[in-house]
Design a protein around this ligand. Structure first.
Ligand code: AQP
Length: 350
């Protein structure tokens, strides 16, 4: 049931209040990239030891676009490996596969009946995917409804995500309020109404072509890419044609946007000045970015290689996380079924 932490604890500077229940998910639809890392994963790792946190690998969501069982299984385990390699401690919080909590699809069904089709058709992510040529299946259309179920079934109050998810979290808020209003007494709501947690400096991480970095745009740099493959990607980031000797505006360059994410204050200032002074080319900036990336992920790369040799340990983490998550979800679902009037004869006395 909802967290026992009190809301009166003052937050550490820059951190959410310790009473917040953090929930967030990532799709196992391909290798995780810098966008996933700075938009979400880094914050997930940052918060999981100080807050109650539930992180799910949303494999039901990925069915909307992926029809390859081997890839789906592999990507799901890969996301778990990524979390562990980046420092997720399974003793501190829950990491699990969405499909270990099938109740979430039941809640999504209940929410479907509180959602209009026209509302879903306005979804920016839905429209984007259809514009890219993806089949407009009902799963893709109702993606945000399942996402709302994911967030609310653990009593989430704060959702660390990238800016592209803002509209979906708004829909989650609407559904929490609508459910409470429809089925609950005013002073006894079932669901808290969650807030997004979006860090403004990393709201949308650009990809190689300057559009939002995305697994499906073929413009992503994987968190665990290294060596030649990484170099090729970084050197291929699209820049304008300002000549090497001319001064450049760092704020208008994607390479610099990425540098800013990895660099400390001193390095940022040095590179900003070099851009503005001229005589500093995009090739120099790309080499600097490569160095920063290698440095940033050096330890995590080593940990990931070690963990990859122990897949059973990774499965154990998911198993235990899934067990705890399902327990929590079932508590919420009992209340939900009771409010809605759904009889389940194996639970209810005749
Ligand atoms: N470019 C980005 N900048 C900032 N945040 C981003 N996120 C994704 N891309 C960026 C954040 O990562 C979290 C998990 O995303 P997801 O994998 O569940 O789905 P997504 O947003 O649809 O990511 P992709 O790469 O674009 O996947 P595909 O191509 O499969 O749809 C979210 O918090 C998201 O905001």
């Amino acid at each position: 049931m909802p967290s026992e932490r009190t809301r009166s604890n003052p937050p550490a500077p820059g951190l959410p209040a310790s009473s917040e229940v953090i929930v967030s998910g990532i799709q196992p639809s391909g290798a995780l990239h810098f966008g996933n890392y700075f938009g979400a994963l880094r914050q997930h790792i940052q918060l999981h030891k100080t807050h109650e946190a539930w992180y799910f690998i949303v494999n039901y969501h990925t069915l909307t676009t992926l029809r390859d069982r081997d890839k789906l299984r592999r990507y799901t385990l890969d996301v778990a490996l990524d979390y562990l390699a980046l420092g997720f401690d399974p003793e501190a919080a829950c990491l699990f596969a969405q499909s270990d909590v099938p109740e979430v699809t039941e809640l999504a069904w209940i929410f479907n009946n509180l959602t209009t089709v026209s509302q879903l058709e306005k979804g920016v992510a839905y429209k984007d995917k259809v514009a890219q040529g993806l089949a407009p299946n009902a799963g893709l259309l109702t993606y945000p409804v399942l996402q709302a179920a994911d967030i609310l079934i653990y009593g989430g109050t704060l959702v660390p995500v990238g800016a592209d998810q803002k509209q979906h979290i708004e829909m989650t808020r609407v559904l929490a309020e609508r459910f409470n209003r429809t089925y609950c007494l005013e002073d006894d709501p079932v669901f808290p109404v969650p807030e997004p947690w979006i860090l403004s400096d990393v709201a949308v991480v650009p990809g190689l072509d300057g559009r939002k970095m995305s697994k499906s745009y073929d413009n992503a740099i994987g968190i665990f890419e290294e060596g030649k493959a990484l170099r090729k990607k970084v050197m291929g980031i699209v820049t304008d044609s300002t000549p090497l000797e001319a001064p450049k505006d760092p704020e208008r360059d994607h390479v610099f946007t990425l540098i800013r994410l990895f660099a400390d204050e001193e390095t940022r200032t040095r590179i900003t000045e070099a851009y503005r002074a001229g005589g500093y080319g995009y090739g120099h900036a790309k080499k600097e970015l490569l160095r920063l990336v290698d440095e940033h992920f050096a330890e995590a790369r080593l940990r990931r290689k070690d963990l990859a040799r122990r897949p059973d340990d990774v499965l154990d983490v998911l198993r235990e996380g899934g067990r705890k998550a399902r327990e929590r979800a079932c508590e919420y679902m009992e209340r939900v079924r009771e409010r809605v009037g759904l009889i389940t004869t194996y639970r209810d006395a005749p």
